[in-house]
Each structure stands twice: as C-alpha cells, then as structure tokens.
Write a protein that binds this ligand. Sequence first.
Ligand SMILES: *Cc1c(COP(=O)(O)O)cnc(C)c1O
Length: 454
Amino acid sequence: MDERELQSLVNRNPMLFDIAAGNEVVWINPDREPIDAVRGSQELGLSDIDDAERRLARFAPMIMSCFPETVNQQGMIESDLTPIPRMHALVNETYGAAVPGRMLLKQDSHLAIAGSVKARGGIYEVLEHTENLAVENGLLTEDEARGVVDAPDSYRRLADEASRTVFSNYVMEVGSTGNLGMSIGITSAVIGYRVKVHMSSDARQWKKDMLRRYGVEVVEYESDYSEAVRCARESAAANPMSHFVDDENSRTLFLGYSVAARRLPVQLRGLGVHVDEDHPLFVYLPCGVGGAPGGITFGLRHVFGDNVHCFFVEPTQAPCMLAGMVSGLGSMLSVQDLGLGGKTEADGLAVGRPSQFIGELMKPHLSGEVTVLDDRLYGYLHDLFAAERVFVEPSAAAAFHGPVMFGKDRGFVYYVERNGLTQLLGGSTHVVWATGGSMVPRTVREEYLRIGER
Ligand SMILES: *Cc1c(COP(=O)(O)O)cnc(C)c1O
C-alpha cells in the first residue's frame, strides 16, 4: 500500500490514525447484529459446533490412553472457570476501573496437553484428521467414524502400537508463533505422526526446545508469522503424506475452539451465575490471527445469543483483526501497511494479518475490541499471580485490559447504554479468558514476574 492510499484510508477511518500511531484504542463494532438475524445466514452454525463436540466425545477413550493426565476428566480437555475476587478488587482499585458484578477467570492457561487455548483447536484438528486416516487404513469403520455406532474400543485401539505404526507414515505440519506449534506438535508426536513445526521469529526459545524433546522437527524462520505459515503450507503441499494445519483458514480448528461455549453454561451454573436478559455476560479474549477468540465468540453467541458480549484484545503493535475490521479490508491490510512493527511481548498475538474468513464470520457477532500497550502486560501478569496465585503468559495477561477499559472508557459506556444494559450491570459477569501459561518454565516465569513488579 502506498502513502497516498494509506492517507485516503486513514482519512475515511479516523480510528485508523490512532491505530497506526500505536495508541491504545477502544472500538465498538457498529455491525453487531441480533443473533436471530444471523442464525442460518453463515457458512457455519450450531450443528457444526455440536458435531465437533461429539467427535471429541468419540475420541475420549483414545485421549485418555495417549494422555493419562486427562483420565480424571474422562478424556475431556477442559479448563476451570474460577472467581477472581482479589484481582477484581485490584482492577477496580489499582487500575482505577469500576467493573461491576463478578469477575471470573477461564483458565485455558492450564488446559491439559498444551497449556494453552490451542489445546482446543489444535488437538481437535489432529483428531479429525486422525479419524479420516483411520477409516482410510481400516482402523475404524465409516459408521464408527460418523458416530452411527458407539465404538469406544475401536477408538481406544487408535492409541495401540499397531495404529501408531500406521500413523508414523504421515506428517503433520503447521506454522506458528509458538503455542499452536506446541499443541499440534505434542499431540501429533504422541499419537505417532512425524511432525514439522515452522516457527516464526516471535516464538520463544523454550517452546522450540520443548518440542524438540518430543522429537518434533522445528524449522526456525527469521521472518514473521505469515511467512512461517506460508512456508509450512508450501512444504506440506509438496508431500502427499503431509497434512497442513492452516491457522488462517481452517474451519476445523475454528470449530474445535467453539466447543468451549458448549461447556461454559454448566460451569457458570456451578458458580451460581445466571446469564439471561437481565444478567449480561461480558467476555474478554486475546486475539492473534482470530481463530481461538473467534471460535469461542462464535460458540458463545450461539449458546447465549444477545446476552453475551465478546471483546477481543490485541497489542497496539499487532492489532491485525481490528485494523481489518475498521478498514473493511480484512486480510488485505497488514499492520506493517499501517507502519506498525508487528513486534510484541505477547508472542501468541504477534500476527500482522488477520484471518479473512474469521473476520467475516465475526462481523455480526463481535461487540468490540481494545488494544493494549506491551508495557502493561507484565503488570497484569504479576498482579494476577500476586492476587490469585494463577500464572499466565503475557499474551493471556493482555485480556485484563478488557475489563480495565470496561471500567473507565467512554466507548464502553456508550456500548452499555446503546444496548440497554445500564441498569443490569450490578448483575453482570465478566469472564477474562486466560489463554496460556502453565507450561512456561520456572526460570522464565520468575523473570516475567520480576519484570511485572512495580
Ligand atoms: C494463539 C493464542 C492466542 C490467540 O489465538 P488466535 O487464534 O491466534 O487468534 C491468544 N493467546 C495465546 C496464549 C495464544 O497462544
């Protein structure tokens, strides 16, 4: 994009001026629609989410065999939802926000196997592909794989040595800033695949080291996420035995994330939390390319309809989804086009160009976005640990900028008023989606906490 095009774009969208300047912004989506106006009009819907949930249930016996840490949850990969009253008080007192109602933490930071939200989408895609290969290789019948007949033993046998030998003929490939590579890498390696993870320059060293210990081939790039994904796509295309996990375009990954929404109502009820016309639910999700927060938002909107309000959080230096939505250009516009560096301490969010299909799917669902300066991330991380003894990584800590801005920004006041929520805030619930952190090694953890000390 040349200077003139950029100028005219910015003139038409004043918020792009702030975004391009690297300022923190709050953006309210003017295109959000009532769920009844959206249902049935998009390429995916509730039946696809339920399909994904059933596939995960079919695989539970295999998951338990491969990953014994999931046995106490019967092979379901799910995280806790916990009240964080002390952090809520800190947000209100230290950060000068006034967030009403209750604040909860969704601890995908502590999901089994991969220690991040990527344990949802990533593992789901590996399993779906495994189901297809199992049918091709006579390890499952068509009826078993379609769920027509219940076949827990057949699924359990997919973890046997004989099945592993079959899967070892195949390759899984993915491009990643770190966590998706960890999720795909660990799962695939344990199931028996050969794995090639293409890591962008943003990936932390310990993530690459850990993968290599699992026998994963880690290819390192000097370039950013988009380039790593491109190379992974090319590499996989050249090998008929290789499956490319396409973070930018995969409907499968997206649906794997969406299943979270099917499970949240049960968890909320367990905490005595109501979500209905009089009790709104606000959810804050860190966003990179859009898959994880997009899939979860999509699911939540189908489950809670107009009573849920989802906000994405992106770093000021890599606000790709926001730039795509504000400009209307989607993946045609990169943050580099706007003159931003794309570099951030929130490695999981270091993405310069959003997913086109997710941006389009999100248009009628998303409530808005906030962007956050890197300077704040370690402070949030430190305070959460000090207050609640939960450790999250910088990308996940970004989510706290959502409620902080909710409690003090005019954009949110406007949103609340326009949606007729002003009188309902006392009964509102705020879920901060912690997307990663439990696998961060102790020494790195201590360093992060030290940086966050004030
Ligand atoms: C990947 C990731 C995200 C964002 O997910 P996208 O699908 O890239 O939008 C958020 N937090 C963490 C810790 C992640 O690893």
